[in-house]
Design a protein around this ligand. Structure first.
Ligand code: SF4
Length: 637
């Protein structure tokens, strides 16, 4: 089994609009409830002087320890003070304290964490040691020292708490920002002369927002717990001033006489802490979903087309290893990402999926594997693999399928050696003694032509060259003895010589293991060298399929023809290479009728009149073009 990152690639998560975030966040009802509770609490506490029925220290010794009544909605304490009023005024102190502690931690921890990860070297080493020192000092000692100072008090304690939190926040931000430092878009910004503060603010900070949000929400809950505990012990806020901790202490001293007194404050503290935790989780999930779903140029609602129902035959090809019929994938809002995708892969066959970025190639193969990313779903259609129907699209990984990603560097865990990572996959296939696992790991590494596998197994991913890392990734994919290997642009990140070696390896493995290959690529040279058949995708649809020789010699869709004409390997020295005008439209903003019409030189009014269906032709060919006969005529001329 090969792990597949479900998070969006780094290049796609650098920005997320407030609208996309809000759209995702609204779907998390627990987060929404928590946010509403915290907002209500904040407003109520801030408005305490206006809405509290009594001043917090107003005593009425004639009604001590009274239960809830119309005059005192939450009852009174030992001195006859109104519990609701004290709860509201005490909330101001608690929320202020949380704000002070988090403010100090953010001001210190976030910029230093970003800077440390970005600059590295001496600054990173120095800040790391200082953070270690800060983490080693017991928080309780610092807090007690602060209270012992003449200027010590609630505010000083909360500021000190902020200093105590700062090192752990620094560590979290630094850890999350480290991988972003090497991201292509950060390098581009740096190379383009963007200042360091701007790079950190605009390109790195959004990438750490998820872990930061979760940590801050947890820290807010911990701060409230610590603050309540200190006040409970009589530190910080001195009676008769109200504080939640002091109120709990008072309630505890009369627990036998009036147990109710503990309920309002205890419940408020517990719900506030729970709300912080739920809010953090919802913010993190919403950020991830918004990043994965946001498409910069997509218009909302009105431009979103409905997912058309599948129009192709809904039965699997009986002999096919893999069959897709009318597969339509959409995001949670119903925006279609791919529509009506149908094709087959026979056992041992190599099929290429060709098209520009954003055409739905990767999403289709993720659906095949049952690994659709969060926020997407199989809206219509069916997948069959090995005669079994797979219909969920995600949640259950399809066994018997191996996966090789484009960039091996992000597919191998940097914390473990290559041998350990492959062994983990081997162990997942069934219980084996340790020596057998090791032997199988070495055998797998040898099968992908890694010389000296025992030495390479001891290396970490960062110590491997691109070609070696890709071989290790293929070895991982082979550990599950797949009948189908899905390779998503497996050579794009490699240099030309290594590309040829990896393609040669894939061809050999396919022949040795009678393994089918589903190869995603935009390179016709790779398709011609490796595949028997090809499926061309454009704007979420299959627009043409056939054998590679048919497609290359006589394409029957203008998009296939344009892709071939734009292939540098087919260029004629001295003549201009043709480019396809325009860009692939964003999902859901497809043109009416034929989706390729805005870029097609053969487009007529008929092409825009209505949806164009995939026309099945002889010898397994199919095209989604109503003027394909013109292309046949052109070829035969
Ligand atoms: S249907 Fe029309 S617009 Fe679409 S590819 Fe064919 S000729 Fe071009």
């Amino acid at each position: 089994m090969t792990a597949v990152a479900t998070r969006p690639p780094l290049a796609e998560i650098r920005s997320v609009s407030a609208r996309a975030f809000a759209r995702s966040f609204r779907r998390h009802w627990l987060g929404m409830t928590a946010a509403a509770f915290l907002l209500l609490l904040l407003v109520a506490c801030v408005a305490a002087p206006l809405i509290a029925p009594y001043t917090p220290e107003a005593e009425d010794l004639t009604i001590p320890l009274a239960g809830p009544s119309l005059h005192h909605l939450l009852g009174t304490d030992q001195l006859g003070e109104d519990v609701l009023s004290r709860l509201l005024y005490g909330g101001v102190i608690s929320l202020e304290g949380i704000g002070e502690a988090l403010g100090v931690a953010i001001v210190l921890g976030v910029p230093l964490g970003l800077l440390s990860a970005y600059r590295g070297r001496a600054l990173d080493a120095v800040l790391g040691r200082v953070a270690d020192l800060g983490l080693a000092i017991p928080a309780i000692v610092i807090l007690l020292m602060v209270f012992a100072l003449p200027v010590g008090g609630e505010t000083a304690a909360m500021v000190a708490l902020g200093f105590i939190y700062a090192p752990s926040l620094y560590r979290i931000v630094r850890g999350a920002a480290l991988p972003l430092r090497e991201a292509a878009y950060v390098t581009n910004a740096r190379m383009s002369g963007v200042s360091t503060p701007l790079v950190l603010w605009r390109h790195v900070l959004p990438g750490v927002a998820g872990p930061l949000a979760v940590n801050l929400s947890l820290t807010a809950g911990v701060t409230l717990t610590v603050q309540t505990g200190l006040n409970y012990l009589g530190l910080g806020v001195s009676p008769p001033a109200p504080s939640w901790g002091g109120m709990i202490s008072d309630a505890q001293s009369v627990l036998n006489q009036q147990p109710w007194l503990l309920v309002p404050t205890g419940l408020t503290v517990a719900l506030t802490i729970l709300s912080f935790v739920l809010l953090g989780d919802a913010v993190r999930d919403s950020l991830a979903e918004a990043w994965s779903l946001e498409t910069s140029s997509v218009r909302p609602a009105r431009a979103i087309a409905r997912v058309p129902g599948p129009r192709t035959v809904q039965t699997a090809e009986p002999d096919a290893l893999l069959s897709l019929r009318g597969v339509s994938i959409s995001d949670r809002s119903g925006r279609p990402l791919t529509t009506d995708v149908s094709f087959d892969v026979q056992a041992g066959e190599a099929v290429g999926i060709v098209g520009e970025s954003g055409c739905g190639k990767t999403l289709t193969t993720l659906a095949v594997q049952g690994l659709l990313p969060p926020g997407t779903r199989l809206a219509a259609g069916q997948c069959w693999f090995g005669g079994e129907q797979r219909s969920s699209g995600h949640g259950k990984r399809t066994p018997g399928i191996g996966y090789v990603a484009q960039d091996p560097a992000v597919s191998l865990d940097p914390c473990f050696t290559v041998g350990f990572t492959i062994a983990e996959v081997v162990r997942a296939q069934g219980h084996l003694p340790r020596s057998a696992v090791r032997a199988q790991v070495l055998e797998l590494m040898a099968s992908v032509r890694i010389a000296a596998p025992a030495e390479v197994a001891r290396l970490y991913p960062h110590q491997l060259s691109g070609g070696l890392a890709q071989r290790a990734q293929i070895a991982m994919a082979l550990a599950s003895e797949p009948r189908l290997l899905v390779a998503d642009e497996p050579t794009t990140a490699l240099d030309v010589t290594i590309q040829a070696e990896i393609l040669d390896l894939l061809r050999a493995l396919r022949a040795e293991r009678n393994m089918a290959l589903l190869l995603i690529t935009h390179d016709w040279g790779v398709v011609a060298d490796t595949c028997d058949r090809a499926v061309v995708m454009y704007a979420g649809q299959v627009v043409e399929q056939g054998t590679v020789s048919q497609l290359v010699s006589a394409p029957l869709h203008p998009y296939t023809r344009a892709l071939l004409q734009a292939n540098p390997q087919r260029g004629v020295p001295g003549s201009k290479l043709l480019a396809i005008p325009g860009t692939v439209p964003a999902p859901g903003s497809w043109a009416p009728g034929c989706r390729f019409a805005p870029r097609c030189s053969l487009a007529t009014d008929d092409c825009r009149a209505g949806d164009v269906t995939l026309t099945a032709l002889a010898e397994g060919r199919a095209t989604r073009c109503i003027h394909y006969s013109d292309l046949i005529a052109e070829v035969s001329r």
